[in-house]
Design a protein. Structure first.
Length: 325
């Protein structure tokens, strides 16, 4: 393997190499998503353009950058491009894909029978277990630590097929946490409301920084034998290179936590607004003048609305929110 030329800003922006397996994944995901959008529009239904943009640019675009840009060109001779590459695959790419809401798109665009199979798969025991809050977070953390502190990473540098498996492993591990959090389908337990999701995302942002901290402060070189043998003359000290990679992992993990949390808060606000509209319509329908009995004196008193007589959770909520109470 020949060492690439010295990495400069210009080469970082212009160095690219094809990755056929990764390109196939990008094309397949893009084609399936595009088919779903076109199928909806063909029958007169709309699909938000911002979701399409998030899926295509932040999701698929990040996959392309991580696997085919200068990060992939230099990841065999420098540690920090490999570290950035991996954190893009398990944090940023899943976030972009999830913002496109592909699960909801699939359920709306697929034929009824196929959509039912997808729905049953989403509610199956295995998927419920893997996407259960904290379990999915632990899987992401375990994946990162396994990559760097077992022979996994060093072996992947030698074997191209394992390198591709590692890419897919990182992407799937990140998606297990992000996709259920942002989908509008019932992919999480009922108690996992939007306030709970926001708290879990905040906690996840802290946990995601752990691998970077460990990598940056770890005294033993990660895949040290490989990088000591293949480091070019212009490269920084191998330990310093590893510290740069750990610092980049921490920075990206903390940066991605903010838009993730904002996405949850926006979704929360939209859900509350939709529920308020439904309640207002029900109030207007329920609040009607009473019809006096024959011979009874006319009165302007209104029938007591349902929320004053029922003891349901919604009724209690309305009673607490009404003025004067």
């Amino acid at each position: 393997m020949e060492n690439p030329p010295q990495l400069t800003v210009g080469r970082f922006l212009t160095s690219w190499q094809p990755d056929v397996p990764a390109l196939l994944v990008v094309v397949i995901l893009g084609a399936l998503y595009g088919w779903g959008v076109l199928r909806l529009r063909g029958r007169g239904d709309d699909w938000p353009l911002p979701r399409v943009g998030a899926f295509a640019v932040l999701g698929l675009g990040t996959l392309v950058v991580a696997t085919m840009s200068a990060l992939a060109v230099y990841d065999h001779v420098l540690f920090w491009p490999a570290a950035v590459q991996n954190v893009l695959l398990d944090l940023i790419a899943p976030l972009g894909l999830a913002l496109g809401d592909p699960l909801r798109l699939a359920l709306r665009s697929l034929p009824e029978r196929a959509a039912g199979r997808v729905q049953r798969a989403l509610t199956g025991r295995l998927v419920r277990l893997l996407t259960f809050p904290l379990v999915s977070t632990a899987l992401v953390l375990a994946t990162e630590l396994t990559v760097y502190f077992t022979p996994y990473f060093a072996t992947a540098l030698r074997d191209d097929w394992l390198h591709e498996v590692m890419y897919l492993h990182l992407l799937l591990a990140g998606s297990l946490f992000v996709l259920p959090m942002l989908t509008r389908e019932a992919a999480l337990p009922r108690w996992c409301t939007h306030p709970v999701r926001a708290a879990l995302v905040f906690l996840d942002g802290i946990i995601d920084a752990v691998p970077g901290i460990v990598v940056m402060t770890h005294g033993t070189l990660i895949a040290g034998a490989w990088y000591l043998r293949h480091a070019p003359s212009w490269a920084p000290d191998v330990l310093h290179d590893q510290q740069l990679g750990g610092g980049a992992m921490i920075s990206i993990a903390e940066l991605v936590a903010l838009p993730f949390l904002l996405a949850i808060l926006v979704q929360w606000a939209r859900t509350e607004r939709a529920e308020t509209v439904v309640l207002d319509r029900r109030l207007e329908a329920e609040l009607v003048p009473a019809t006096p009995a024959p011979g009874a004196a006319q009165t302007s008193e209104l029938v007591r609305p349902w929320w004053e007589t029922e003891n349901s959770e919604v009724a209690q909520r309305i009673r607490h929110q009404r003025p004067g109470r």
